[in-house]
Ligand binder design. Sequence first.
Ligand SMILES: *Cc1c(COP(=O)(O)O)cnc(C)c1O
Length: 223
Amino acid sequence: MYDIKGHLHEVLDKLPVGVRLVAVSKFHPEEEVLMAYEEGQRVFGESHEQELARKVQTLPNDIEWHFIGHLQTNKVKYIAPFISMIEAVDSLKLLREIEKQAAKANRTVRVLLELHIAEEATKYGLTLDACRQLLADGEWRQMTHVQICGLMMMASNVDDEQQIAHEFETAANFFDEVKQQFFPNDPHFCERSWGMSDDYHIAVRHGSTMVRIGTTIFGPRVY
Ligand SMILES: *Cc1c(COP(=O)(O)O)cnc(C)c1O
């Protein structure tokens, strides 16, 4: 049996102070989530709203759920009542829908803007210019039920560590730019969500405040 508790602690031991762990539990059953929970882990990441809705019903309610996958606008209503953070906001349209559904649920949802920096054409996210434009447009400033807390990105899925480091560095520099330009006095805008099982050791050297790790903790996913 895969040693979830042991692997969780191995990861936690490697994280520098100031970097939080999102344990990515997608495709892993409730019992496995509970094993990490029993060790004190409270932040979990999921990327399918149906699977998440099922887990939320049975798992302890002090879990902080992060939605880390691509979220379709018409699915926001299902998770808005309980989601703690939506990490991959990649359009104004999605942001508007989160505002609307969070208002209905009478709560504030924390979000991250997802950047597209990796080379792969299949990855979602805002280009740096599109992100600048979304922020400059300013509509988000009127939104009272979403709190933009920072940026999220995935590096290219390659072996070249220099390339990966370069992509994290690009994201970190971009964070500094938008922080200064749009959020200078907003302490909530502070999160840099980058680093997964294969590259979090690089991400933590390049400004990450939040790593999203699944396979290393829970073992391979069975799809
Ligand atoms: C699945 C997933 C992860 C975790 O990936 P691992 O390689 O299993 O650590 C992290 N971020 C996102 C956005 C994911 O979809």
